[in-house]
Design a protein around this ligand. Structure first.
Ligand SMILES: Cc1cc2nc3c(=O)[nH]c(=O)nc-3n(C[C@H](O)[C@H](O)[C@H](O)COP(=O)(O)OP(=O)(O)OC[C@H]3O[C@@H](n4cnc5c(N)ncnc54)[C@H](O)[C@@H]3O)c2cc1C
Ligand code: FES
Length: 372
């Protein structure tokens, strides 16, 4: 049965500052969610309305977000909060649908990490009726606008592997909705044909775009795909005869991404590759470990630095909340009350003052105290 959703005029009244003040300190959403978790007027919630398990170990979820959702651009992701045994865990997932779809629905495809907590839970247990917490859409891995594409006249090349298909599928679906007419090559890698999600739809989408090609690369099924084995210069020669005109949108397993980056860098075209990483960013080995110790003030534990402050906390037996583990979702943010940390992505050294830091991308430089 479809959920009842309060009319937008009621939502607007409930979202007012006056109601917020009257319901302080908790705020109106904490009361509304007791009635129905999707009635929140500030926080975004989404109900799973359809579930499909396209390939072994994956699940595709169709979500209906509540009225707090404000839309997205093709390629962006959301931080999804999933309640497992009463504890909410945050993870990032890319939106796979086209932002132009008129039905207001969102789509995620999740691949189970056999050792992971959230992906495995969703693949095994997600069913219609499940309600998820969502952040607003975020990220700058996005499809250029129609105007930018026309102005540049570049070829669009999408390269994905495994669950990395989601953000580039969103871009492809969006191109179809925008009736794009330029050159498009969509390359997707899987182990075997059975691992390729959306295979029939990919062919349909490519068929709907003049000048578009689909190449399926299979690493473990010689002769059965359009490309055999792993990406390298010989694959690139099939993908495009003019790499200097290509703008590449890349998402997939770390070795695939590293190969594409290397091949384009060797051609002097590193800036033609735009990418989304699902895993942690590559860390400069000279600053990865840090050279100090971290005192976790609330837990009363002090530990030598063994990596990021998050890894140091975990190695010391603590379990701080984390989400993306790459500095983007903010879940692991805690206050550093003294000492200096270095951001392993930007290389930047912090001040010594008290300030919030993201544990997953900070390494201790000397003695550091963190409120944890
Ligand atoms: C921008 C972005 C978009 C993404 N989009 C998608 C998508 O569309 N589809 C998709 O399937 N995935 C996507 N991901 C990946 C997703 O966010 C999760 O990382 C993935 O699903 C694994 O989460 P998990 O909870 O199952 O695993 P986790 O529980 O986070 O575990 C992941 C790995 O870390 C290890 N680990 C966990 N905890 C510890 C610990 N305490 N100490 C040491 N090691 C530990 C585990 O052994 C495991 O190997 C995206 C990620 C990002 C950053
Ligand atoms: S876990 Fe996402 S910012 Fe640290």
């Amino acid at each position: 049965m479809a959920r009842f959703a309060p009319p937008s005029i009621v939502r607007k009244a409930l979202a007012s500052d006056l109601v917020d003040r009257l319901t302080a300190p908790h705020g109106i959403d904490r009361y509304l969610e007791l009635v129905d978790p999707t009635w929140t007027v500030r926080d975004i919630r989404a109900e799973v309305v359809a579930v499909e398990r396209q390939t072994p170990g994956t699940v595709t979820l169709v979500l209906r977000p509540n009225g707090s959702w404000t839309g997205f651009t093709a390629g962006q992701h959301v931080v999804v909060g999933v309640d497992i045994d009463g504890v909410v865990h945050d993870r990032c997932f890319s939106l796979a649908g086209s932002p132009h779809a008129g039905d207001g629905l969102l789509e995620l495809t999740v691949k189970a990490n056999p050792k992971g907590r959230v992906s495995k839970h969703l693949v095994e247990h997600a069913e219609p009726g499940l309600v998820l917490r969502l952040s607003a859409a975020q990220g700058d891995f996005v499809l250029p606008s129609a105007l930018e594409r026309t102005a540049s006249g570049d070829d669009l090349v999408f390269i994905s592997g495994g669950s990395g298909i989601t953000p580039v599928l969103s871009m492809l679906r969006s191109l179809v909705d925008e009736r794009h007419v330029g050159r498009v090559t969509f390359v997707h890698y899987g182990f075997t044909a059975d691992d390729v999600c959306y295979r029939d739809e990919l062919a349909e989408l490519i068929g709907a775009l003049p000048g578009a090609r689909l190449l399926i690369g299979l690493t473990d099924a010689p002769g059965e795909g359009d490309l055999d084995g792993f990406f390298g210069p010989e694959h690139l020669a099939i993908i495009t005869e003019r790499p200097e005109r290509a703008q590449v949108y890349l998402c997939g397993p770390a070795p695939l991404m590293a190969s594409v980056e290397r091949v384009f860098a060797d051609l002097g075209l590193a800036d033609h590759v735009h990418l989304e990483r699902f895993g942690p960013p590559p860390i400069d080995p000279t600053i990865a470990v840090g050279d100090g110790a971290v005192a976790f003030a609330r837990s009363g534990v002090t530990a030598p630095s063994v990596g990021t402050v998050l890894e140091t906390a975990e190695a010391a037996g603590l379990s701080p909340a984390s989400g993306c583990r790459r500095g983007i979702c903010g879940t692991c943010t805690r206050t550093k009350t003294s000492g200096q940390v270095r951001n392993v992505v930007s290389g930047e050294l912090s001040a010594t003052d008290a300030e919030p830091i993201r544990l997953c991308v900070s390494v201790a430089c000397g003695e550091v105290v963190v409120e944890l």
